[in-house]
Ligand binder design. Structure first.
Ligand code: TXA
Ligand code: MG
Length: 324
């Protein structure tokens, strides 16, 4: 599938070109406030198939559909009061809602990977909203990385994984949040599926009650309690050692707060700053210099829960390790 991947500016001309490519069934990576997404027309089965092919993504793992507003979401999925509450408070923004799919929703079947639900999100990044408006159709967009690798927060990260496999990338600079959206399943009692850019505590405050916990991640080979929740995900090439306060021989240390490293997620211990830097610093330290990246302890509160979730997955045994 080698092809030239065009570099587009995030200006009116670049967005118009990106929209034309997407309307014609192409694959275009674009910035959201969380990470770069690999977009395609969600109503076009061939375009959606091209996302799975470019990423090497298992067909059992469904995609998030990106929309301009909550009205568009309500047209595609059933809309319980909890969805209205969370959408009013957190959209546009880094929150994805899983809802029962309406029978007539005009989306490629592969989006849901055989499930009766849809994952929907209204992003807040101006470039993403401008692109959605220009295309005039919902966009399927998983993170713009090869399946199982670290998510991209710059156009250069996208190219490092997908150059020659997609039609274009819109360069809108680094992503503000830096971690993927929080995913909440509203097909039953509200359940946190993936911690992310909106702190679970803020969602619980808006809902007026606790969220059920995420299902336990399992290894790559077994049946998935929820798609995409492989224990090993977001993997750099180097191994990770967590809760480290000093580097051992052969390691590079990624610091946080009082633990200083060759780089720090946040010298002042600011979790939002740490979330914003996490993937970029893992990308930077994963340059072959060290076999192990040691990472300082991160508190398990607010955005720290999402950071620790990504770090635990990056540190988990990987599918195929048993063959090494
Ligand atoms: O911040 C984000 O959410 C980014 C940006 C681009 O919007 N997107 C993103 O997509 O992280 P992706 O595909 O890398 O992760 C989406 C997750 C996967 O774990 C997938 O299994 C889950 O959402 N998902 C999608 N549809 C679902 C559904 N119907 N039910 C349960 N989980 C679903
Ligand atoms: Mg992803």
């Amino acid at each position: 599938m080698a092809r030239a991947t065009a570099e587009l500016d995030a200006d009116a001309a670049g967005i118009a070109r990106a929209a034309a490519l997407l309307q014609a069934g192409g694959t275009v990576a674009f910035p959201t406030e969380t990470v770069y997404g690999l977009g395609a027309d969600a109503s076009n089965p061939d375009a959606v198939a091209a996302i799975f092919a470019a990423k090497g993504r298992p067909s059992t793992n469904p995609l998030i559909v990106h929309l301009t507003d909550a009205t568009a979401a309500e047209a595609l999925a059933e809309w319980p009061a909890t969805a209205a509450t969370l959408a009013a408070r957190f959209w546009p923004g880094p929150l994805t809602l899983v809802l029962p799919r309406r029978a007539h929703a005009a989306l490629a079947p592969a989006i849901s990977a055989g499930r009766p639900s849809l994952a929907l999100r209204v992003p807040s990044a101006p470039v993403a909203l401008a692109l959605l408006a220009a295309v005039g159709r919902p966009l399927a967009a998983p993170s713009a990385n090869r399946s199982g690798r670290i998510s991209p927060t710059t156009a250069a990260h996208v190219r490092a994984g997908l150059d020659g496999r997609i039609d274009a990338v819109v360069d809108g600079g680094p992503c503000a949040v830096g971690l993927e959206s929080t995913i909440v399943d509203l097909t039953g009692p509200p359940r946190l599926l993936r911690p992310g850019g909106v702190a679970a505590e803020a969602l619980e405050a808006a809902l007026g009650g606790p969220l059920l916990p995420p299902p336990t991640p399992v290894g790559g080979g077994g049946a998935q309690p929820s798609p995409g929740l492989f224990a090993s995900h977001y993997a750099p090439r180097a191994r990770l050692r967590l809760n480290a306060t000093a580097a051992r021989p052969g390691e590079v240390l990624l610091g946080f707060g009082p633990v200083a490293g060759v780089m720090s997620l946040s010298a002042t211990g600011d979790l939002a700053e740490a979330a914003g830097r996490l993937f970029a610093e893992l990308h930077a330290l994963d340059d072959g210099r060290a076999k192990v990246i040691a990472v300082a302890p991160i508190p398990e509160v607010g955005l720290g829960r999402a950071i620790n979730d990504r770090l635990r997955r990056a540190a988990a045994p990987r599918p195929g390790d048993e063959d090494l």
